[in-house]
Design a protein around this ligand. Structure first.
Ligand SMILES: Nc1ncnc2c1ncn2[C@@H]1O[C@H](COP(=O)(O)OP(=O)(O)OP(=O)(O)O)[C@@H](O)[C@H]1O
Length: 747
């Protein structure tokens, strides 16, 4: 075993068996130490130094670690010299060269929210302690009086014993009596009498003085507050003297250490208990392997420790072991919030709350009672574990919400829709394919709404996706028009254009909750492709798409969509794959892991990405009457702005585009097979509002869920009169599909 203590940073770094040989230098050891004023010619000194014997590696020699083995090692004269030049310093890491200065303003004083949180926390605690003790005051009074009485008699007894000077002396006299030592006994008794003679007057005078002082205080012209204070102090003093050490009068406010101040030792202990070999082996070699680039400080309603982990250990690895970390700190899971810190991948920011997040009261969503939203500006959406508000925006964004059942994704998605409702310019359309009516309260402000997982609802949702894409195409023409007039310099919708009545560029928010129902249905493939195109095209055109899904695999959520979404909120998920499908590749590896959240118990918590640094956020919980209240305000705002959807508009919006029936209606008489492009031209004539801009490929996509195959068909171009092969459909296929559908519908 090595003799050097691995936890002693001052331990010699030299391996066992090697000691500097001072004699091998020409300068006597004493001179090296004491006559250091001599000028030494370094070149000559080096030349005179004997060539050191080859030093075997400690392990090879077998004496590197085990001192007891030394006897079996041949001890040869070791001729090593003291290094004349000091060894080169190991380069300090870049971050360590600059000293990290403490923030001028403490973290908790930096924003109003954190000051408010700290003040709220302190006053809440003080209020709790005051209430706790006030309730028990009568009990404390009775106990204090009882123990004060005991204390009084105990004090009197003690004073009497002191005055009689029996303490100690009595035992000695007894001993003398046992030994039949009469002179000794008499001598001890005389000593006691002498002491006693001086003590009695002191006691009597002291007692009289105390009594007089109390009488003066009691009957004199003193404020009764002073009398009360002295009385209380006397009672408390006597009670303290009278009560046994294990019988406290005042109850403890908190049992067990629910909150413990975060100290470096505590952090080290918890980090070494999470089972990361990289940390444990580094700390065993050097206890300073875990370092703190800044002091642990208060940060909102908790403490923040910024930690530099040992070389090679990533903060992400610690984040993944949040449960073990909480165990090491002996705290509930939702009180411990590790996340990667800025700087390098080995820097961890560990925030530990004063109390578990589930016990902390989240402030109400600021927009419930008052306020409007401008979708071009950020609005409150969530809170951090420190209870600071996180704002997000809707414009030029598409959102993906993912999480397992009960993680809170519908609430999160609905919060954005509620915010959109508070901007009267925004047109909102959406489907919830779960069928429980989570968005039913919002129906008055929705231009199109569907709820359910039946084929009809899913088909309508797919129809909405087609409509959104067609709307994007219409909008891109409009934006070209306004760009040419200098009103859309970046080719994007501006707040001015969004507000301009008749511009056709008002913000459009489209949501699909439980989107996996649509993408795994028979309309799924086409809907996925169309939505991907709409997402790519619509961002600049004021089209905001919000998707919620339980299952983020590639069948349930086309990867083309996941790749193009720029705002993501990943609530509790079961595994790394789901995590990375929602947050993007490598999110898990980089420490952004929504797998650490428990569904249901930590509902509403997730990792929000796309708004600065990603991190754990909890959405504002808005439900029941609060939703109704927001909707009522939204209805009022929209009525004032003239943008509240009328029942007729809503009915028209949800009318399903019956492509089969429309194709049958426009079919040219006497033809068996018709080109798609001919059909598209006829469809536009038939219903210009629905089919404007349709291309042959779109018709193919719309017919594919009905299992109608589109193939090459011989025909004649009516404009040129030339014959040719183009993509088209067969009349019999259309009629068969209609018969089949009707048969299914009729049961
Ligand atoms: N921000 C929040 N804070 C606290 N609780 C929340 C929050 N959001 C949601 N919850 C709770 O979680 C429950 C489930 O929420 P929600 O319906 O949004 O989950 P979900 O992920 O959509 O689940 P499912 O897929 O089963 O519908 C809600 O009833 C609510 O009680």
């Amino acid at each position: 075993m090595t003799t050097s203590d691995p936890f002693d940073p001052g331990a010699s770094p030299e391996p066992d068996g090697w000691t500097p040989d001072l004699e091998s230098l020409d300068v006597p050891p004493t001179e090296t130490a004491e006559s250091s004023a001599d000028v030494v010619d370094l070149g000559a000194a080096r030349a005179r130094r004997p060539i050191p014997a080859q030093r075997s590696a400690p392990d090879e020699a077998g004496d590197g670690d085990d001192e007891t083995d030394r006897e079996s090692v041949a001890i040869e004269p070791v001729a090593l010299g003291v290094p004349v030049d000091p060894p080169d310093e190991i380069d300090a890491p870049a971050g360590a060269v600059r000293s990290v200065r403490a923030p001028m303003v403490p973290g908790w004083l930096r924003s109003r929210a954190t000051i408010r949180a700290a003040a709220r926390q302190t006053s809440r605690h003080a209020g709790y302690v005051a209430g706790f003790h006030a309730l028990r005051a009568p009990k404390y009074l009775v106990l204090a009086m009882f123990w004060a009485t005991v204390g009084f008699f105990r004090l009197v007894g003690r004073l009497l014993r002191w005055a009689t000077a029996e303490e100690g002396n009595w035992a000695l006299r007894q001993d003398a009596a046992r030994r039949n030592d009469a002179p000794g006994w008499l001598q001890l008794d005389r000593a006691r009498q002498r002491q006693s003679t001086t003590r009695w007057p002191i006691l009597i005078v002291g007692a009289v003085l105390v009594l007089v002082a109390y009488a003066v205080l009691w009957f004199g012209p003193w404020p009764s507050l002073l009398r009360l204070a002295v009385f209380v102090a006397t009672v408390v003093g006597l009670a303290r003297f009278g009560r046994p050490a294990d019988r406290p009068i005042v109850d403890r406010v908190s049992k067990g250490a629910a909150y413990r101040k975060l100290t470096a030792e505590l952090v080290r202990r918890s980090l070494t208990s999470i089972g990361l070999a990289g940390i444990n082996s580094a700390v065993a070699k050097d206890p300073g392997a875990i370092s703190f680039p800044m002091e642990i400080h208060r940060d909102g309603p908790g403490h923040l420790a910024v930690i530099d982990l040992p070389y090679g250990v990533e903060a992400a690895e610690v984040v993944a072991r949040r449960g073990r970390l909480a165990s090491g700190l002996r705290l509930p899971l939702d009180q411990v919030w590790p996340e990667p810190a800025a700087g390098h991948t080995g820097r961890l920011a560990l925030w530990v709350g004063h109390e578990p997040a589930s016990k902390m009261r989240q402030p109400a969503w600021p927009l419930i009672r008052s306020g409007k939203v401008d979708v071009f500006e950020p609005f409150a959406f969530a809170t951090t574990p420190r209870m600071t508000t996180v704002c997000v925006s809707l414009m030029f964004r598409n959102w993906l919400f993912g999480g397992q059942p009960g993680s809170g994704k519908t609430f999160a998605l609905r919060l954005l829709v509620l915010a959109a409702a508070l901007d009267p310019r925004v047109e909102i359309r959406g489907y919830e394919l779960k069928g429980v009516g989570d968005f039913a309260d919002l129906e008055p402000v929705l231009a199109e709404y569907g709820n359910g997982f039946d084929d009809d609802t899913i088909e309508r949702a797919a129809g909405m996706v087609d409509w959104v894409y067609a709307e994007c195409q219409r909008r891109s023409e409009r934006i070209d028009y306004y760009r040419a007039r200098g009103m859309a310099p970046e080719g994007k919708v501006t707040p001015k254009l969004a507000s301009l009545k008749g511009s056709g560029l008002h913000p459009l928010v489209v949501f699909i909750d439980e989107a996996q129902e649509l993408f795994t249905s028979r309309w799924g493939k086409t809907a996925g492709e169309t939505l991907e195109r709409a997402i790519k095209l619509g961002r600049a055109l004021g089209v905001v798409i919000l998707l919620g899904t339980q299952i983020p695999d590639k069948d349930s959520l086309p990867t083309g969509i996941t790749r193009n979404v720029n705002s993501r909120f990943c609530l509790s998920v079961a595994d790394q794959t789901a995590n990375d499908m929602i947050l993007g590749t490598s999110a898990y590896k980089n420490g952004y892991r929504a797998t650490v959240f428990e569904p249901v118990t930590e509902a509403g918590w997730g990792i929000l990405a796309g708004f600065g640094k990603a991190g754990a956020r909890r959405t504002f919980e808005v439900f029941g009457p609060a939703v109704a209240r927001v909707v009522a305000r939204a209805v009022e705002l929209r009525t004032g702005a003239g943008t509240l959807p009328t029942p007729t508009e809503r009915a028209r919006a949800v009318e399903v585009l019956d492509v089969l029936a429309d194709v049958a209606a426009v079919w040219p008489l006497g033809e068996d097979k018709v080109w798609n492009e001919t059909l598209c031209a006829r469809l536009v004539e038939h219903r210009p509002d629905a089919y404007a801009g349709w291309k042959p490929a779109q018709l193919t996509a719309a017919l594919s869920p009905h299992r109608i195959s589109v193939g090459q068909i011989w025909g004649t171009d009516p404009t040129t009169g030339k014959g040719g092969n183009r993509r088209g459909v067969i009349h019999a296929d259309i009629l068969n599909a209609i018969t089949e559908r009707d048969r299914k519908r009729n049961g």
